[in-house]
Design a protein around this ligand. Structure first.
Ligand SMILES: [Zn+2]
Length: 160
């Protein structure tokens, strides 16, 4: 996934808020949706070496653990626990969306076999053009449309 992690995180956050309007959960969804790609930023800054999706930020086990911690925290501090849980779930959705077009280590750090649903052919310069000119970019556009449609309709309901 190239450009849809933010909108996908927004969809997770809005789903978590349901009818209650909780901006903190929407922001948590967006943050969780973007957080795993901090390793890509590190890669481009020269901090992360090798394949950036092999770092703990792209290990689903990390986000499952954070989600479980968030659920435990809900028991004694509800608001904070919900925020942690939404960040964890949204980051897990990020990993699932990444796997649609890039290898991901679902069993890390216990099992190092990568899984990838669709292999996007390389050979483009810059490399990311390959992700734009392949059919896997269509779901990204659909996620943007869904997020925009939801934001637009929620906005209209506030104005009424
Ligand atoms: Zn990613």
């Amino acid at each position: 996934m190239l450009i849809a992690h933010g909108p996908a995180g927004y969809l997770v956050g809005v789903t978590a808020t349901r009818a209650r309007r909780r901006l903190d959960l929407v922001i948590a969804g967006i943050v969780g949706g973007l957080l795993p790609d901090l390793d890509a930023v590190g890669y481009h800054l020269g901090i992360v070496q090798g394949f950036h999706r092999a770092t703990p930020l792209h290990w689903p086990s990390v986000w499952i653990a954070l989600t479980l911690i968030g659920l435990a925290v809900i028991l004694f501090k509800r608001g904070m626990g919900e925020i942690i849980t939404v960040i964890g779930v949204s980051a897990l959705v990020h990993c699932g969306l990444d796997m649609t077009m890039a290898p991901l280590y679902w069993g890390a750090p216990f099992h190092w076999h990568s899984y990838e649903m669709v292999h996007v052919p390389g050979g483009w310069s810059p490399y990311w053009l390959g992700f734009i000119f392949y059919w896997t970019f269509l779901p990204e556009i659909m996620i943007w449309i869904a997020a925009f449609w939801l934001w637009w309709n929620r906005r209209k309901r506030v104005e009424q």
